[in-house]
Ligand binder design. Sequence first.
Ligand SMILES: C[C@@](CO)(OP(=O)(O)O)[C@H](O)COP(=O)(O)OP(=O)(O)OC[C@H]1O[C@@H](n2ccc(N)nc2=O)[C@H](O)[C@@H]1O
Ligand SMILES: Nc1ncnc2c1ncn2[C@@H]1O[C@H](COP(=O)(O)OP(=O)(O)O)[C@@H](O)[C@H]1O
Length: 268
Amino acid sequence: MVVFPNVKINLGLHVLRKRPDGYHDLDTCFYPVPLSDILEAIPSKEFEFSQTGLEVPGGEDSNLCIRAYSLLKEKYNIPPVKMHLHKIVPMGAGLGGGSSDGAFTIRLLNDLFHLNLSPVEMSEYSAVLGSDCPFFIYNKPMIGSGRGTDLLPADISLADNYIRIIHPGIHISTAQAFANLTPADNRLPVAELLALDKSLWKDKLTNDFCKGTYKNFSQLSEIESSLYNDGAFYACMSGSGSAVYGLFDSEPPPAPKSGYFIWTGRLA
Ligand SMILES: C[C@@](CO)(OP(=O)(O)O)[C@H](O)COP(=O)(O)OP(=O)(O)OC[C@H]1O[C@@H](n2ccc(N)nc2=O)[C@H](O)[C@@H]1O
Ligand SMILES: Nc1ncnc2c1ncn2[C@@H]1O[C@H](COP(=O)(O)OP(=O)(O)O)[C@@H](O)[C@H]1O
């Protein structure tokens, strides 16, 4: 069975407060984007994992595909599989690529072995792997609260809008990014901001990670400006960075040559 774990962007990202468990309460909208890795798993005599494409840092045991398999194996004693991940999505980019691989592994194993897990059950298992994972179980526009794992459908559609994602290769540690900012819970909810006319998003819809990160890496605000110059109605860094995306009403002009990872596609 083959699946295509796609990425997400955050439309607005408010870090509200630090919690007693060390995580932060968030208010954000997750939106799925069809830039994907490729993941295959088939039943096998012994467990095997192989990987091509971009190299995933950390040992195999820390790979979220293997961690997801181990989690379900412990609960449901599922048979061994031969799993292959072809990694395309840049890592440490704020696109949730690793989280998506983990969540899609759970979905794949649920289908392959007819575990009959509900989306809520899969979401709960995936939350053990990472705060971004439950979104990828549903993979529809969602407002995320709590540590990002409490999800409600978002009343928003960017269907047929174009997106361009630019990642300059700066790897940002999510934990470090949270540690570097000061939470604040005095903003209008992201859901209310998204209900405004899209032309107002540029001035109203913010990602709290941008301020500090743009200060440290000026090329990120330059990328954001270049997306606006190319006609984006909204441009921002995703998650804790460092990928920056632009949203367009129509197909953007060809991207200039650069050493950066650049991907342009159409949203559903
Ligand atoms: C910031 C966000 C926004 O969507 O995305 P990314 O930039 O990673 O894609 C997420 O909250 C990232 O989720 P995820 O990458 O799954 O994080 P986790 O593995 O759960 O946590 C990594 C570390 O980030 C911090 N963390 C994460 C989530 C949260 N709500 N509060 C936190 O303080 C904690 O220090 C935690 O140890
Ligand atoms: N299958 C995987 N793909 C990508 N990263 C993974 C994977 N498994 C574990 N990781 C770890 O997760 C880290 C963050 O990955 P990713 O989710 O792509 O970034 P972000 O949290 O910025 O969106 C990587 O640097 C890597 O150490």
